[in-house]
Design a protein around this ligand. Structure first.
Ligand code: AMP
Length: 221
């Protein structure tokens, strides 16, 4: 397991940039937890908890859930003991309000400045990545029908379960998610850049190439 100087890593980028995939490989490489507000919300929707019921419609439409709700989720998760050596935020913050909240929380917890990794990808690649995305509902492994297909058509390589598409990967929801990104999340690139915390990574390459760069970047930060 490799050591880490920076405590908080933030993955920023449009939906389909590969944030989740890259966050997972950096988390494994450095032995720190990956915190995905999207995964927490999807889990709550599956279990039908009050949080899930409140978030479901907005998520299915591709709209953002309120700052209050996601800040609560993130704060509770960051305060768990397994984050003591550091943690990765995947899909949070997504608005300036969330970024301000996080800055306050990191200060309070004595965690220092975050390292923000901006995964940059062109619009044509994004559209293909999002429409081809499939997940195994049993083991959670992700595939892409265009770029990294399973060995057998639409079936998981690991446990042979039929793969599913996320409810918010339909055409209209994708359009809405990209619009929400442009309006609400893209300003964070400027926000973190002005504070000297942003590192730009070309996410249009193969997952392995991107991971190699990220391991070096994080190890040297
Ligand atoms: P993701 O898996 O990160 O793409 O998130 C899936 C959906 O969960 C998003 O389209 C939003 O509806 C919701 N969501 C996840 N993270 C956030 C966040 N930080 N702020 C607002 N909504 C979020």
């Amino acid at each position: 397991m490799r050591k880490l100087k920076i405590q908080a890593l933030i993955f920023l980028g449009p939906p389909g940039a590969g944030k989740g995939t890259q966050a997972r490989s950096v988390a494994n490489e450095f032995g720190i937890p990956q915190i995905s507000t999207g995964d927490t919300l999807r889990d709550a929707v599956r279990k039908g908890t009050p949080l899930g019921l409140a978030a479901r419609t907005r998520m299915e439409r591709g709209e953002l859930v309120s700052d209050e709700v996601v800040c609560g989720i993130a704060a509770e998760r960051i305060r768990q003991p397994d984050t003591s050596r550091g943690f990765i935020l995947d899909g949070f913050p997504r608005t300036i309000g969330q970024a301000e909240f996080l800055a306050g929380l990191l200060r309070e917890e004595g965690r220092g400045d975050p390292l923000v990794i901006y995964v940059r990808v062109g619009a044509d690649v994004l559209a293909r990545r999002l429409s081809g995305r499939r997940t195994c509902p049993v083991c959670g492994r992700t595939y892409n029908l265009h770029f990294s297909p399973p060995r057998q058509d639409e079936v998981c390589d690991v446990d042979s379960s039929p793969l599913v598409q996320r409810p918010d990967d339909g055409e209209e929801a994708i359009r809405q998610r990209l619009a929400a990104y442009e309006t609400l999340t893209q300003p964070l690139v400027d926000y973190y850049s002005k504070r000297g915390l942003l590192h730009d990574v070309d996410g249009g390459r193969s997952p392995d190439e991107v991971s190699r760069d990220l391991f070096n970047l994080v190890a040297q930060a």
